[in-house]
Design a protein around this ligand. Structure first.
Ligand SMILES: C[S@@+](CC[C@H](N)C(=O)[O-])C[C@H]1O[C@@H](n2cnc3c(N)ncnc32)[C@H](O)[C@@H]1O
Length: 355
């Protein structure tokens, strides 16, 4: 998975992306509504930490920058204080971010945002000059006050795959047979088997589970960067025992060209490989302070009010049929897509309040 997505010729390394012209549709790519509601959420998180300037928002797995551009256009109240860092490991995608946003040199923005000493009485000369945007390949080096935010990031992190047998756990590894990649089952190490027993004690024979070490390490790193603020992850999620009892093909999915792809080992580099996130595994790093559906999260942060405004605009302007009217009508459709109980609305929003 690591090589197929991020190695030479990998799916993301070669610039595959979300969006209508990409391979799959994510919430920020549905339209502008997701970013507008998130801009409001940023304001409430900014207020929670006392409206600091700078207020650093680090969006990880930012892709081509659609969410960042949407947040800028939504003009949140925190804008003058906002230092927004797009973190994206694919250089092909990072190269496209400048089409949506004016990007500053990381050092100029993070000197003000990342290393500001809260006990320092000297006013920051760059205060009130936001919003400013910059782009990095990895999390910033210095801790900051603000938010780490990621939409559909952790599901794309490589994991270990285990299978329950009558007599214990096997690890599903990848081998080569002639020109094809094939599954090779080997006995799991004692450490992995113990971990699997702890996470999914009742796994049925033949049941599979992911062990998401990389996701956990990443979450630990993200926590370490936030001096005061929040880590917020949006993703499709489940728990290890639930995954163990479902067919693995349901939760280890592949996508290409807006449809499902083939077996995860087929056509490496040409399809996305993704795994539902085991919330119980992330909770071993730190238990989330909030775990709710995307629909509930968006409603909590004012989605209904935005939709009501849009409906009123549509009622007023439907006869005129101008751009504003059409935008309003499209917003109502976006809200339905973002809260759809069998789709994006069922995603989980996990929050760690680190004030
Ligand atoms: C499914 S895409 C989501 C893109 C965007 N967040 C969206 O919702 O449209 C996942 C993105 O995360 C990036 N990514 C994966 N691991 C990463 C990491 N450790 N740091 C930064 N970006 C990463 C991938 O290259 C890819 O662009």
């Amino acid at each position: 998975m690591e090589l197929a997505l991020y190695g030479e010729g990998g799916f993301y390394s070669t610039g595959a992306m979300a969006g209508r012209r990409g391979h799959f549709l994510t919430s920020p790519e549905v339209g502008t509504l997701f970013a507008t509601v998130l801009a409001g959420a940023l304001d409430s998180w900014w207020a929670e930490v006392g409206q600091p300037d700078p207020f650093v928002v680090v969006e990880v797995g930012a892709g081509v920058g659609t969410l960042a551009a949407g947040i800028r256009r939504a003009h949140p109240r925190c804008s003058p204080a906002l230092r927004y860092v797009l973190v994206e490991r694919s250089s092909a995608l990072r190269d496209q971010q400048a089409r949506h946003l004016t990007l500053e040199v990381p050092s100029s923005l993070l000197r003000a945002g990342g290393e500001a000493d809260e006990d320092d009485d000297d006013p920051d000369p760059s205060a009130g000059t936001g919003p400013m945007f910059t782009s990095l390949a990895d999390l910033p080096g210095e801790p900051f006050t603000g938010v780490v935010l990621a939409n559909e990031l952790v599901d794309n992190m490589a994991f270990v795959l285990l299978q329950r047998a009558e007599s214990g756990w096997s690890e599903v590894r990848v081998g080569e047979e002639r020109a094809d990649l094939v599954e090779v089952l080997v006995p799991a190490s004692a450490a992995l088997a113990n971990e699997a027993d702890r996470l999914a004690p009742g796994a049925p024979p033949g049941g599979r589970i992911p062990i998401q070490h990389r996701a956990r390490t990443w979450l630990r790193d993200a926590h370490a960067k936030v001096k005061r603020g929040r880590v917020v992850l949006v993703d499709y999620a489940s728990t290890t025992p639930a995954l163990a009892s479902r067919p693995w093909e349901e939760w280890l999915r592949t996508y290409r060209a807006h449809g499902r792809g083939g077996h995860p080992l087929s056509a490496p580099g040409e399809q996305d490989v993704t795994c539902e996130v085991a919330v119980d595994q992330l909770a071993t790093v730190d238990r989330p302070s909030e775990d709710r559906s995307q629909a509930d999260f968006l409603r909590f942060h004012g989605l209904e009010e935005r939709v009501e405004e849009a409906r009123a605009t549509w009622r007023e302007r439907a006869g005129v049929g101008d751009l504003e009217a059409l935008r309003a009508r499209s917003l109502v459709g976006e809200a339905e897509a973002l809260t759809e109980p069998a789709g994006l609305g069922a995603f989980r929003v996990l929050e760690w309040d680190l004030r």
